[in-house]
Design a protein around this ligand. Structure first.
Ligand SMILES: NC(=O)c1ccc[n+]([C@@H]2O[C@H](COP(=O)([O-])OP(=O)(O)OC[C@H]3O[C@@H](n4cnc5c(N)ncnc54)[C@H](OP(=O)(O)O)[C@@H]3O)[C@@H](O)[C@H]2O)c1
Length: 285
């Protein structure tokens, strides 16, 4: 199986790269913007014609949630228009498209874990651009798996876990938002999940949406506190309210996702967020 990975220098892309030795039968083509700019339709088409992938694992995205509020066009171009290009070409060349979306497509006014059929009402430009990406796939109709995930962190790039690790080592106290509830997800676990799905040779007939995160739920305060506890740092973490730490983009107050569909189709053993956090922090030390 030939697998084209976009955005392969990002958190998820690098987590997939780190695991490829476990899948010697797969042939990977890792690309980031310098090798394949997903906003360039002609470049993607010629890349596909030259390399003939069976699957595209689409990890490239515009992920700067706050900056997106000022860069609406760029966020839309990368997260929606370019996804439409990939979907169109996936249909034309009969390629399975695995696309990653986000819990930020939900408004967060629920208090019950979101299922795939729940109405998506994003409250930020980033969330709107990611929902438009999902819609572009559905409109084009290739065989596609859309995986919505949440609060990704990893050993790579910039993420909440690495920021807290640095700040908690430098400062005696931190104030962290405690009224947004979601599920931290280790990009290594999501990479494992995607590779396992490929190994199962699952082929949807049309577009299927799945929710995947680690097990459990937490606030950003719980997440930060757990990091401090695991690393036995002296820093004291204080809970604060969202309005005490204003940011350009609104975030859902509650974005826990129900993973029953994913478990029914693929596998039921999903690591608990605290266990995976420990693994990631060990890898970082
Ligand atoms: N991070 C999260 O908390 C989170 C939560 C839920 C869902 N997700 C979704 O999960 C997926 C993976 O996220 P991630 O955290 O791994 O993202 P990431 O670390 O930001 O990686 C995205 C990669 O895509 C690249 N890229 C940007 N524009 C591109 C273009 N035009 N052509 C090709 N590559 C381009 C980026 O390059 P630059 O760095 O140079 O821009 C980066 O290397 C994304 O779809 C994201 O929306 C993320």
């Amino acid at each position: 199986m030939k697998i084209l990975v976009t955005g392969s220098d990002g958190q998820l892309g690098r987590s997939i790269q780190q695991r490829i030795s476990l899948y010697p039968d797969f042939s990977f083509d890792f690309t980031d913007i310098d090798q394949l700019d997903i906003t360039d339709y002609a470049a993607i088409k010629s890349h596909i014609e030259n390399t003939k992938p069976d699957v595209i694992v689409h990890c490239a995205a515009y992920t700067a949630v706050d900056k997106a509020e000022e860069e609406k066009e760029r966020a839309h171009l990368i997260n929606a228009t370019a996804v439409g290009y990939l979907a169109q070409l996936a249909l034309e060349y009969k390629i399975l498209l695995i696309h990653i979306s986000t819990d930020f497509v939900f408004d967060g006014f629920s208090n019950k874990a979101y299922i795939e059929e729940d109405s998506a009402q994003p409250i930020s430009i980033y969330g709107k651009s990611k929902l438009a990406g999902e819609e572009a796939i559905i409109k084009n109709g290739p065989n596609a798996i859309i995986i919505r995930t949440s609060w990704l962190y990893s050993e790579y790039g910039h993420n909440f876990a690495k920021t807290i690790l640095r700040l908690a080592a430098e400062r005696p106290e931190l104030k962290i938002v405690s009224d947004q509830i979601g599920t931290p997800t280790y990009a290594g676990d999501l990479a494992d999940a995607i590779l396992k799905i490929l190994n199962l040779n699952y082929r949807p007939n049309g577009v299927q949406i799945f929710h995947y995160s680690n097990e459990g739920m937490a606030s950003w305060y719980d997440f930060a506190k757990e990091i401090v506890e695991i690393k036995k740092l002296a820093c004291i973490v204080h809970p604060i309210k969202t309005e005490e730490y204003p940011l350009p983009a609104s975030r859902p107050a509650y974005s826990v996702m129900n993973k029953e569909k994913f478990k029914r189709y693929f596998f039921s053993e999903i690591p608990e967020w605290k266990k995976s956090l420990k693994i990631c922090l060990e890898n970082l030390s």
